[in-house]
Design a protein around this ligand. Structure first.
Ligand SMILES: *Cc1c(COP(=O)(O)O)cnc(C)c1O
Length: 388
């Protein structure tokens, strides 16, 4: 059979991490002690009380059948209560909450709900790759909004040509931001709501990192801004908040029409999240939130070791106020990929080249705070020896 991949797969960008993965495997085979600061996946375990809730509820045969597509009412009710207590945002659990198998699932399905072939999506760059690729899979065209240091890594809404804005159906934003570690304040979200109204564009805010703020900083929800619920939705996930990336549990909240359309896509493509995992999710959202503060303390300590260490090695990263990413400018004219390869080859440290998240990420590497303080200290000592 002469199998030919569909055009949408052939249009995918080349797999950037291939070269890094190959080099890393080579070094590991040679016995090098590789420190992996490449992946945004918490190394800390899921809190005990959440695991125990899964253990209990997995025993119940009532949880073994197909779950509801849109999620258990109990879980959606918990999400609504959590939004009320955490952000002061009122949600109708029935119409304004949708349970997801991780937020990536919902983000990837969203363009199928709102984009017709040829429609435009406004997509930040550098960014989590799913916004752009899901748009392409739905037959849409991404208009890139560069995130630049001089704008605090926020998109410049005034730089979007009005004729493009009029053609746009959806705008993706993500704060606290992966990969830059940048944050957004209320005035930015207010401008986004105004833009959405002016051009009739739906807003899709990816809020995966709101529970990873440092130094007492508590990131806000997009939905806290007046009018936000009329123009958009927000994605959330238990993945980073409760160290649950492997469990696959997230949710979308906000505009009832959009939530309904996303639910329609979902019910035709996949099924609901395992009920026992939703019960564990209820335990996560309804229990004492001390585990979040514990996480924040650990990541903040790691951040300080890494940022101070990189600075002492002649680099100049900003210290992120949220997320577990340090976004570090490359020194001395290195490209992102050159610095990533150098760090891997000469220091056994895996990082991610900023250019892999989109062209405006060139000139940066991303380091994830997903190893212990001691291992970060070791990474810093190796980087110091490279004398930048
Ligand atoms: C990790 C991450 C998510 C969460 O993905 P899940 O599918 O919920 O595990 C979403 N958006 C961004 C930007 C992320 O970095």
């Amino acid at each position: 059979m002469g199998f030919e991949k569909a055009e949408r797969l052939r249009r995918l960008p080349p797999y950037l991490f291939q070269e890094i993965d190959r080099l890393k495997a080579e070094l590991v085979a040679k016995g090098v002690d590789v420190i992996n600061l490449g992946v945004g996946d918490p190394d800390l375990p899921t809190p005990r009380h959440i695991i125990e809730a899964l253990q209990r509820t997995a025993e119940d045969p009532a949880n073994h059948q197909y779950p509801s597509y849109s999620g258990m009412n109990d879980f959606k009710g918990s999400v609504a209560r959590w939004y009320k207590s955490r952000f002061g945002v009122h949600l109708d659990a029935d119409r304004e909450v949708l349970t997801l198998i991780g937020s990536k699932e919902g983000i990837a399905h969203l363009p199928l709900a709102c984009i017709n072939p040829g429609d435009v999506a406004l997509v930040p760059s550098p960014a989590y790759p799913v916004y752009d690729i899901a748009t392409m899979f739905a037959g849409g065209e991404s208009h890139m909004m560069p995130l630049l240091a001089e704008n605090g890594f926020l998109p410049d809404l005034d730089a979007i040509p009005p004729e493009t804005a009029r053609k746009a159906r959806v705008m993706f934003i993500n704060y606290p931001n992966n990969p830059t570690g940048a944050i957004a304040e209320k005035d930015f979200y207010e401008r986004v709501v105004q833009f959405a109204r002016q051009y009739d564009v739906m807003i899709c805010h990816d809020a995966a990192y709101t529970e990873m703020g440092f130094d007492g900083y508590r990131p806000m929800s997009f939905l806290e801004v007046p009018g936000a619920k009329e123009v958009g939705i927000e994605f959330h996930s238990l993945s980073k908040t409760y160290n649950m990336t492997g469990w696959r549990l997230g949710f979308a909240v906000g505009n009832a029409d959009v939530i309904g359309a996303l639910g329609q896509v979902k019910s035709n493509i996949d099924s609901g999240a395992f009920n026992a995992i939703q019960w564990a999710g209820i335990t996560a959202l309804e229990s004492d939130q001390g585990c979040i503060a514990d996480n924040q303390r650990i990541y903040q300590e790691r951040r300080d070791v890494l940022v101070e260490g990189l600075r002492s090695a002649g680099l100049s990263p900003a210290s992120p106020r949220a997320t577990f990413y340090v976004w570090c400018p490359t020194p001395g004219g290195y490209t992102s990929k050159e610095l990533t390869s150098l760090l891997l080859r000469e220091a056994g440290i895996v990082t991610t080249p900023g250019s892999g998240f989109g062209e405006p990420g060139e000139g940066y590497v991303r380091l994830a705070l997903t190893v212990s303080k001691e291992r970060i200290q070791e990474a810093v000592e190796r980087i110091r020896k490279l004398s930048f």
